[in-house]
Write a protein that binds this ligand. Sequence first.
Ligand code: DGL
Length: 272
Amino acid sequence: MDQTNARTVKPEAPILLFDSGVGGLSVLAELRSLIPDAPVIYAADLAGLPYGEKSEAQIAARVSGLLGRMAERYSPRLICIACNTASTIALGMVREVLNTPIVGTVPAIKPAAALTRSGVIGLLGTAATIRQSYVDDLEAAFASDKLLMRHAAPELVGAAENRLRGLPVDRDVFRRAAEGLRAMPGGDRIDTVVLACTHFPLLSKDLASEFGPEIRFVDGAAGIARRIGSLTSGQDFRRGGPDLALTTGPLIEIERLSCAFAVHGIDRLTEL
Ligand code: DGL
């Protein structure tokens, strides 16, 4: 964004973070450490969760429709699609229809390829993400000389949602995610795992204890925060009060997450 645009952005104009559920909080945590004064609106499409089990057409229609409505209503300075599933499917389409700058979240294959020593990388994502040509393109561009193994771990989405509501989580979901990768030919040589769903870094301790200390995890959250920082550089930020979280689902659903949001300075919860 050039300096002319930077001057026209109001200091209280929010950054809108969008996800199907709580996954975007892994991005918000990084954003808060980089730009603590940024006003944020967090939008969780709880009525549409989980995206990973939906078709491409359903996700594209839902995400572009919702972001269009919210862009009109809240005039964000920038929208971050804090969801790999929505980004790998709908990022291009959303950028075409909205004038607001859009930052997407795509699997961190590039940094994983730089980190791996064994040359074997695992990738955990939703079923919808791992089948995207967007992921094929990232693999071809950054990991063509590596072995990349993709495994769909939809149960981890529900586990993160439950964990942040303070509900019990079945430890078998972590075991199944690790075994899904290890059981693939060459899976025993994986030394780096891409967490290609924004929900998964919220479970990093559980995943680390299941995979063991020799496995490194990579996710895109810090890189996304830096990208937001660079696109908004030169702009003023003012948080007039507690930030807002919106949901498409019933209010009670987001109220169950009030503690998880409060940790990130979000104290107002409402339906879209
Ligand atoms: N947080 C979303 C992602 O990064 C997906 C969760 C879902 O299945 O809705 O892909």
